[in-house]
Design a protein around this ligand. Sequence first.
Ligand SMILES: Cc1cc2nc3c(=O)[nH]c(=O)nc-3n(C[C@H](O)[C@H](O)[C@H](O)COP(=O)(O)O)c2cc1C
Length: 158
Amino acid sequence: MDKILIIYGSEGGIVEKMAQTVREGIMETDGFEVILKKAEEASQDDLRAVSGIAIGTPDYFDYMAGTVKGFFDRTFYPVQSKIRGSLTADLPCVLFASGGTGGEPALASLKKISRAFKFNIVDTVASGARFTEEVKEQSFLLGKRLAEEIKKRKGKSL
Ligand SMILES: Cc1cc2nc3c(=O)[nH]c(=O)nc-3n(C[C@H](O)[C@H](O)[C@H](O)COP(=O)(O)O)c2cc1C
């Protein structure tokens, strides 16, 4: 069974709801196990042996949450292999953010760090500071798209 890691930061609960809904979207497709963790509880081990990753953050001061940045800071060197290069290179990834002004600055910061990890960004969602029906649907579709992209890639490599 393929594993997908969802990590997120959330003090107020909005991004947590988005993360839970991304998980529901992934689970629409058979064959996936989802590991859902707050960024501060995740480690480099969680990044190993996953087929895809979803990363969510609130916009705090026009940037990602400190806990999400901390996850990247803690794991960057450990996932660089001298022999094989970055272990996260080309890993299918979706990003989501929520902020009072729409979440775009936080999303931009996630995109920038994703380049260092060489994630392959499949899709993104930026939303306002409320978990509306629209945000729920967007989050669900985000998870679904990630799972479908991984399935598509597997099909090609068979
Ligand atoms: C410390 C702090 C800083 C924030 N800074 C911004 C900001 O710079 N821009 C913005 O649009 N929203 C900002 N917000 C609003 C949050 O991004 C927004 O409420 C978001 O939905 C919170 O997500 P959460 O409930 O998952 O923590 C800030 C909120 C907090 C608590």
